[in-house]
Design a binder for this molecule. Structure first.
Ligand code: DGY
Length: 432
């Protein structure tokens, strides 16, 4: 076992909180939806019981309508803002009676995480039993999305907040902020006491984030009202690719379990989703997938690492996949660059140090690696894998990394939180 692998296990053990993992001490002191799923993949390699517990705890927070929240506030903490008193999940009539949470969600990774856990397991029979006990909750979550988040019945679900995207302060959202004029909120940021503020979103961006939540709260987090009124309403290629990938995993696992009742519904969703995804979200001019602003009825024509995430879900055909990879290599993959920056490095909005405005993220690299392998684009897949290992090896288990290789000479090209769980978890998976 290499030193790096051992250190990754140590990070995950330190971030374990008995029934779930925190993404990072102080900066993110609770359970986050997509973090939790991706962390479980790493845990499964050395402690299957913890991996299962992580997922069980996550699914235990599910609301009566199938919704799963983005943060579950398991404990009190004064190191994070905005906490449960701001989010007020209790306003929703079907929210969990057991846990305080947010009233927004995050990319639906749980379906494919179950399949990954099954792939990793050395005791397939036991793991299948665990999957049998949880899979219906994941199906119910997908049903929530298709029934409540797809107002035009297109097979593409919307997100109503940038925190739902996972790519919190992507420059893509700047065009939406231009359509809004939120009040100036008075609040105390906590994140900027843990991390250099130049690597985090601005105060004015936070005003927008809080304002969208206030609108949702005014209507007790009603999906119908949010669809009608939220100034942020976006069909996000990353989010929808996660849903499609998870649909595929649910089909595979239900068939393995010999439980066929839900498979035909899943296949129906899947067919429609993939078709709309390819026709609505692919941008010929850019040569990759882009976001669609449903509130203002316009595509948001920007390249980001989310643009390539459909490879992971097998959405483009082979010809399109290869053409997309050419686009990626041209803009993101010069000899001086580590793959894959989170935002178009040739854009004037690119910022290589600021959260989702440019740095490389390990979760998107992990998806890209697996997507490239799926299309047998093996040389580039290997490059993504090696770049990821090098960045972690040279800097530590940071939250995000500078894509400019020249910045990596002194081990200070890792940004945001340190000892970040999914950076450790997905490295473990890459090294296996
Ligand atoms: C944060 O607080 O920045 C989180 O990413 C929200 O999910």
């Amino acid at each position: 076992m290499s030193e790096l692998y051992k250190k990754a296990i140590e990070v995950l053990e330190n971030n374990w909180r008995g029934r779930f993992s925190i993404p990072c001490a102080k900066l993110y002191p609770f359970q986050w939806f997509w973090d939790s799923g991706l962390i479980a993949i790493g845990l499964a390699h050395f402690d299957m019981e913890k991996a299962e517990t992580e997922i069980k705890t996550l699914l235990d927070s599910q609301w009566g309508n199938g919704f799963i929240p983005h943060i579950i506030f398991h404990s009190e903490s004064d190191s994070y803002f905005p906490g449960p008193d701001f989010h007020r999940s209790d306003l929703h009539p079907q929210s969990s009676k057991k846990y305080n949470s947010t009233g927004m969600t995050q990319p639906p990774v749980t379906g494919f995480v179950l399949e990954e856990i099954y792939r990793i397991s050395k005791d397939k029979k036991a793991t299948l039993k665990f999957i049998e006990s949880t899979i219906d909750k994941v199906f119910f979550n997908h049903q929530y999305f298709y029934n409540n988040r797809d107002p035009h019945n297109e097979g593409l679900v919307y997100i109503y907040h940038n925190w739902e995207s996972g790519t919190d302060n992507s420059p893509i959202w700047d065009d939406i902020w231009d359509t809004m004029n939120p009040p100036e909120y008075t609040f105390e940021r906590r994140d900027t006491t843990h991390v250099d503020p130049s690597q985090r979103p601005s105060k004015r961006e936070y005003d927008h984030y809080l304002y969208i939540i206030d609108i949702a709260k005014e209507h007790n987090y009603s999906d119908a009202k949010i669809a009608e009124l939220s100034p942020f309403l976006v069909q996000d290629p990353l989010f929808n690719a996660m849903l499609i990938k998870s649909n595929e995993s649910l089909i595979y696992l239900y068939e393995k379990l010999g439980k066929h009742e839900k498979v035909s519904q899943l296949k129906k969703w899947q067919e429609k989703s993939i078709q709309s995804f390819n026709s609505k979200l692919f941008d010929e001019e850019i040569g990759a997938y882009v976001h669609y602003d449903l509130r203002n009825e316009r595509p948001l024509q920007f390249l980001s690492s989310s643009s390539f995430s459909p490879l992971f879900a097998g959405i483009p055909d082979e010809e399109r996949a290869n053409a997309m990879v050419e686009v990626m290599l041209k803009k993101f993959g010069g000899e001086h660059q580590y793959l894959c920056a989170s935002f178009d490095p040739t854009s004037e909005r690119f910022n290589p140090k600021k959260y989702w405005r440019g740095p490389v993220w390990i979760n998107l690299n992990w998806m890209l690696y697996n997507g490239l392998k799926k299309y047998e684009i093996n040389d580039i897949a290997q490059r993504v894998k090696q770049d990821t290992i090098d960045m972690l090896q040279n800097n530590g288990f940071y939250e995000y990394f500078d894509s400019r290789k020249e910045m990596h000479n002194n081990g200070k090209a890792g940004y945001g939180g340190n000892n970040f769980s999914w950076s450790a978890a997905l490295l473990i998976d890459l090294l296996e």
